[in-house]
Design a binder for this molecule. Sequence first.
Ligand code: MRU
Length: 348
Amino acid sequence: MAQDNYDKIRPVCWKNDHLELLDQRILPKKHEFIVYNDLVDVADAITDMVVRGAPAIGITAAYGVVLAARARYAEDGDNWKANIEKDLKYLADSRPTAVNLFWAIDQMKQSIAQVSGDPVPVLLSKANHILEEDIAANKAMGAAGAALISDKCAVLTHCNAGALATGGYGTALGVIRSAFAQGKIENVYADETRPWMQGSRLTAWELAHDDIPVTLQSDGVAAYLMQQGKIEWVIVGSDRIASNGDVANKIGTYGLAVLAKFHGVKFMVAAPTSTIDMNISQGSDIPIEQRGEDEVLGCGGKRIAAAGVKAWNPAFDVTPAALVDAIVTEKGVVQNPTPKKMQELMTN
Ligand code: MRU
């Protein structure tokens, strides 16, 4: 079956003169888009996780720059570039780990440097291009990742690296969609992904939406699943990959990689090259977002832990390159990543 049969979700859309974001905080109960006309609101939407997932954050930021430029041009006329740096800084401060945010802002800055007169047509076309390229990259990764899966098997994924986390189609879920379309996936085990529940609220919804068989499990089940020989691959996305191939992704990913190595399960990371940060030489230099204690102390907005208990809530961890079997990008696949192989990928 064609990839397109499994490509129905678009979380970030520009409609006429405004941005619309699918509110991921209330999925799957409600499917509602919020309208944005202002950069500060867009940056806050990233911080508050109305939109989340590294590529989707980058695309949203690109459209945020369009809104900022439009407002500055309306206010300052031909001097609009003088004050836009403040807006870009506010946007860049919205979340620290996903490098796609900074990559997209840089891309937009390059267009800002070239534009004269009304900036909206040029910047909007650039943001649209970033969105379309992301979807094309996901489809290319889908094909390349699916080619690594030889026999019909079950796989495990963590967090949500799906259409919701990208322009559409997804990175890890893009590979899963493509492999399923080729008859190679019999079941997807989805970690619920405490504390924000991206797995149960988003991944399970996305796969069910596309009629791909999915089994939800609590995060602690993965070791037992692997011990029973039930899966061949762990397939995840990434928020930032260092130039040596170390991979930052949702908290819990590192534990899965260690388990996978112990049990002889293969470990695949699917991410566009906009997620690779060649300025960072190793994973320990990647900034890791710390989120509020409340996410861990409770669930679904209700406090569970006893009063006075503290919590630690790092949102991401780093998987060393040595535990990664393949990094799948739109430019090619890097097996057993090393600094040299990453350099070759990025200069090709
Ligand atoms: O905190 P989130 O939901 O933004 O974290 C998202 C992830 O960790 C994803 O796995 C990653 O961004 C890859 S998305 C294609």
